[in-house]
Design a protein around this ligand. Structure first.
Ligand code: UGA
Length: 432
């Protein structure tokens, strides 16, 4: 099939590359000329495992093209995905300017039937607005369908999430649109759920809100575990073995971050509020997440007593492993709290250092975990990168001023570290 994807951010690039890999002809468009110029040469603006190779291969076999002309993209494909950003407006609402803009350009450049697929995370009823906008700006009375096809990929595992999704959700009004979408996703051989458009739009926000709820639940529970000396990992395991609960997204830590959960939760709370429903449960999820960083700060204080003038090594800056994304990273929030307390921060991240230099002042960026630990009074694990799981602890012990590890992601075995002579502070397994 001939497909255009408008918006070459995370979702757009990954979807475009994966659809091309499945044998389709894909044009990825973006109005960022510099970004498109780089992509044409195979320069990827984000770090996502496997994406560079996938794009390079499909550029070479000419199944994937990049353009800065949205007009060109609209003219050359019958299926057009909208995958532009929908950032937060700051008042909780999502900024839909980009989506509206693309809908207008599509309307003004359509020269025949088009299937418009809304993939960006948007509030319920956005597809109805896209439909109205196209109908208003269209020049000739060409037929078109609008469908909602939310994306569920995660940063860091985006390609396998796209190619092996638990489900594909398509909100469609016409049978034709549903059939085309089914045909497009057929090669993945995964369950396809066809719903009405508003249900599909809601499934996206509801899923992210529910996952965030699981994380805040286990983080709240970690505080109880700390108080009574239970182990939150064991509790999560015991709960997760119940198929009705499930074992995923019950990993306690320093709180969730990223470009999705915080923004989507705000948006969903606002949407509910505008509809006359005060979604108190989600407000509590958001508050618990905020408090979790302060809870970790408190633990550091308890271990160090005075933070002022202490040197603290922070391993991990990205909001999760396998990405260089720093948006709403709990690690960055924690560093800012520590700086306010007067700490001296030495930081390291395998991928996110360059981006971090633009947003963090007064931080010493180091070339590896050992350089970061030099003379530090405390070592904090803020992102669960695999390379932190295999550190040389004997070497670390010699380098650190004080053998204190605050494991914000619960990646270590406390017994093993204690045996090596470290004071170990984890999330939710009792006070030492
Ligand atoms: C999330 C959803 O998982 C995707 O399904 C969705 O498509 C995406 O948002 C989106 O809306 O675009 P993402 O934000 O990339 O994906 O990453 P996640 O793996 O969900 O992690 C989000 C945050 O939760 C991270 O800070 C992570 O460290 C944290 N987390 C996750 C926990 O603290 N505990 C867990 O058990 C799981």
């Amino acid at each position: 099939m001939n497909i255009s994807i408008i918006g070459s951010g995370y979702v757009g690039l990954v979807s475009g590359a994966c659809f091309a890999e499945l044998g389709n002809h894909v044009i990825c468009a973006d109005n960022d000329i510099k970004k498109i110029a780089g992509l044409k040469k195979g320069i990827i603006p984000i770090y996502e495992p496997g994406l560079e190779e996938l794009i390079a291969g499909n550029l070479k076999n000419k199944r994937l093209k990049f353009t800065s002309s949205i007009r060109e993209a609209v003219k050359s494909s019958e299926i057009i995905f909208i995958a532009v950003g929908t950032p937060s407006l700051g008042n909780g609402e999502a900024d839909l300017t980009g989506v509206e803009n693309v809908a207008r350009v599509i309307a003004q450049n359509m020269d025949g039937y088009r299937l418009i697929v809304e993939k960006s995370t948007v509030p319920v009823e956005t597809c109805a607005w896209i439909k109205k906008t196209i109908a208003t700006y269209i020049k000739k009375k060409h037929k078109f369908d609008v469908v909602s096809n939310p994306e569920f990929l995660r940063e860091g595992s985006a390609i396998s999430d796209f190619t092996h999704p638990d489900r594909i959700v398509v909100g469609a009004e016409s049978q034709k649109a549903g059939q085309v979408m089914t045909q497009l996703y057929q090669p993945l051989n995964r369950p396809i759920l066809i719903t009405n458009i508003k249900s599909a739009e809601l499934i996206k926000h509801a899923s992210n809100a529910f996952l965030a709820t699981k994380i805040s639940f286990i983080n709240a529970l970690s505080r109880i575990c700390d108080k009574v000396g239970a182990d939150v990992k064991e509790v999560a395991q015991g709960m997760g073995l119940d198929a009705r609960i499930g074992r995923h997204f019950l990993h306690a830590g320093i709180g969730y971050g990223g470009s999705c959960f915080p923004k989507d939760l705000d948006a969903f709370i606002t949407i509910a509020g505008n509809l006359g429903y005060d979604f108190k449960m989600l407000k509590a999820v958001r508050d618990t997440n905020q408090e979790q960083k302060e809870f970790v700060l408190q633990k550091i204080k308890e271990a160090l007593w005075i933070i002022k003038d202490k040197t603290i090594a922070v391993l991990g800056l990205a909001f999760k492993s396998n990405t260089d994304d720093l948006r709403n990273s709990p690690s960055i929030d924690l560093i800012k709290l520590l700086l306010q307390e007067g700490a001296k921060i030495r930081a390291y991240d395998p991928r996110a250092m360059e981006k971090a230099k633009n947003i963090l002042n007064d931080v010493i960026f180091c070339k590896d975990p050992y350089q970061a630990s030099q003379g530090a009074d405390c070592l904090i694990i803020a992102t669960e990168w695999n390379e932190f799981k295999e550190l040389d602890f004997l070497k670390l012990k010699k380098i650190l001023q004080r053998a204190l590890i605050v494991d914000g992601r619960n990646i270590y075995d406390p017994k093993q570290l204690k045996k090596l002579g470290f004071t170990y502070v984890g999330i939710g397994h009792g006070r030492e």
